[in-house]
Design a protein around this ligand. Structure first.
Ligand code: TYD
Length: 202
């Protein structure tokens, strides 16, 4: 991989799979600028602290990312702790039933994503046993409105449905110790195909 290429790598997965550790690791080791969703902006905090219905959540998370992405320089490599695919999976749990099936929902989702300034060039979805993921997050204090077993089980399944639908997507096993996970990440990073530019919607 050449570091002159521009990459926007999204780290995805359910809560407790180690996304934040992985994003921090990649950011430090490969000098990628770290992004985070929801953002720490006023809007990001507003979303995190509220309890919204799924449709409102969908558009609020979209608005948050549209808003902070538009101000970012394009000539930088980014690693992002979550991205639009979190909306696909977490809000998809509720929104999917309004569509005839996953294909129709995916079409709606990709059409909506056209309003974003640019999209991830690569995605790593971390997956693990849901009970293990819940055990990992139980130490963080009160669980959020998103951190429920059956819900996360289904959300993880929805992530897997991105296979074959999204380009440059990799599913990375995060059931083991962090050091093992980092080794897998190193392997995946070295195999990233360099992108000449960040795909733009403009
Ligand atoms: P999380 O990454 O856990 O943030 P923090 O580390 O600050 O707690 O994200 C918070 C929750 O927001 C998480 O449970 C998933 C949810 N979420 C969505 O439902 N849709 C989205 O589009 C995003 C970005 C997050």
């Amino acid at each position: 991989m050449t570091h002159s290429s521009r990459i926007y790598l999204a780290i995805e997965g359910i809560d407790g799979t180690g996304k934040t550790y992985v994003a921090d690791y990649i950011s430090k080791k490969y000098s990628f600028v770290k992004l985070q969703e929801p953002s720490k902006s006023e809007l990001g905090n507003f979303i995190s602290n509220g309890a919204w219905d799924p449709v409102t959540d969908f558009f609020l998370f979209m608005a948050d990312r549209a808003s902070f992405l538009k101000d970012l320089p394009r000539d930088t490599n980014y690693v992002s702790d979550r991205s639009l695919y979190s909306s696909f999976a977490y809000q998809g749990y509720y929104l999917m039933e309004r569509f005839r099936g996953i294909d129709e929902y995916f079409e709606f989702f990709m059409n909506s994503s056209k309003i974003l300034p640019f999209l991830p060039t690569h995605v790593f979805v971390l997956f693990s046993d849901v009970d293990l993921a819940l055990k990992r997050i139980s130490g963080r204090g009160k669980l959020t409105r998103f951190e429920k077993r059956d819900y996360l089980e289904k959300v993880q399944e929805i992530y897997f449905s991105l296979k074959g639908r999204v380009e440059n997507i990799k599913f990375v096993d995060s059931n083991n110790a962090l050091d093992d996970l980092f080794k897998l990440i190193d392997k995946e990073i070295t195999s990233l195909s360099p992108q000449g530019h960040l795909p733009s919607n403009k």
